[in-house]
Design a protein around this ligand. Structure first.
Ligand SMILES: C[S@@+](CC[C@H](N)C(=O)[O-])C[C@H]1O[C@@H](n2cnc3c(N)ncnc32)[C@H](O)[C@@H]1O
Length: 196
């Protein structure tokens, strides 16, 4: 592997750009990645760029609008062939995806600009997180942007924190990363890496 210097300076305002830094470091041509919550497709698009022509992205969302918007974004970029989009809950991850997977990405909560009552839920998120661990390549990561601030977000935060705290430290390296100079219920990032 060769070292290289940065080509642009990311603005680290909130957890999403921070998650993108990790994506850029962990994904290469030929890798498999999962977007467990496609939403408006911004993350799926980045994943599809990073895995290259020989890689593949599996995208999940329960909302037809999310799958439609994500498909439109990929088509506009000429990257439709790099992703399989499923209008299915991420709790069915293992029915569709076989490992090894380099990255599984969760961006929890509701779809920006969409119906705010359709949110990720602790029970299904928990199932999907567990399934993700079983699919990870050695050194692969699960990234979770957690949103405690909306109705139901605090319950989901508790469930995700419990999951992350109880992972065996010999098998998974787990990190919590949040901006310090924001409100206590601001979103933040969790990362779990499967040990090499
Ligand atoms: C914050 S948005 C994702 C944002 C997205 N990553 C982007 O780049 O725009 C969360 C999404 O999770 C979806 N969602 C809720 N429950 C889900 C489930 N069980 N499986 C998959 N997606 C789910 C919602 O429909 C919503 O679109």
């Amino acid at each position: 592997m060769t070292d290289s210097c940065c080509t642009s300076t990311p603005a680290l305002r909130g957890p999403v750009p921070l998650s993108h830094l990790f994506l850029r470091n962990f994904l290469c041509e030929g890798h498999t990645a999962v977007d467990a919550t496609c939403g408006n497709g911004h993350d799926t698009l980045l994943l599809s760029r990073l895995v290259g022509v020989s890689g593949h992205v599996w995208g999940f969302d329960i909302q037809p609008q999310a799958i439609g918007e994500t498909g439109r974004r990929l088509a506009e970029a000429g990257l439709s062939s790099r992703a399989t989009l499923l209008q299915t809950g991420h709790e069915e991850l293992v029915q569709h995806v076989t490992g090894p997977v380099q990255v599984v990405l969760f961006n929890l909560g509701y779809r920006p600009g969409g119906d705010r009552s359709i949110i990720t839920r602790p029970d299904t998120t928990g199932i999907a997180l567990e399934q993700s661990l079983g699919l990870l390549a050695l050194g692969g990561i699960v990234l979770v942007t957690v949103y405690p601030g909306h109705t139901g977000g605090d319950e989901e935060q508790s469930a995700v924190e419990k999951w992350a705290t109880n992972l065996d430290p010999r098998t998974f390296y787990c990190w919590r990363m949040g901006q310090t100079n924001v409100s206590p219920d601001a979103p933040y990032l969790l990362l779990a890496q499967r040990a090499l």
